[in-house]
Design a protein around this ligand. Sequence first.
Ligand code: ZN
Ligand code: ZN
Length: 64
Amino acid sequence: MRRTAHVIDTCHGTLIVHTLYGAECTDESCVELSEVRHALIIDCDEFGDCGCSAEFAEQLRHAS
Ligand SMILES: [Zn+2]
Ligand SMILES: [Zn+2]
């Protein structure tokens, strides 16, 4: 059964939230990278394949 009215078009991909670069989705057809559309949201450092966190730490060090 398919409900269409006033239902958020949810994505079945995983939203990966980057520390520096915003979000991306594992589903290439994903059109809107908003957290409400995703049941699965992880930080990119949890994903383990991203240099964001290291870079972010580096920036913090320079800022202080
Ligand atoms: Zn990242
Ligand atoms: Zn998505």
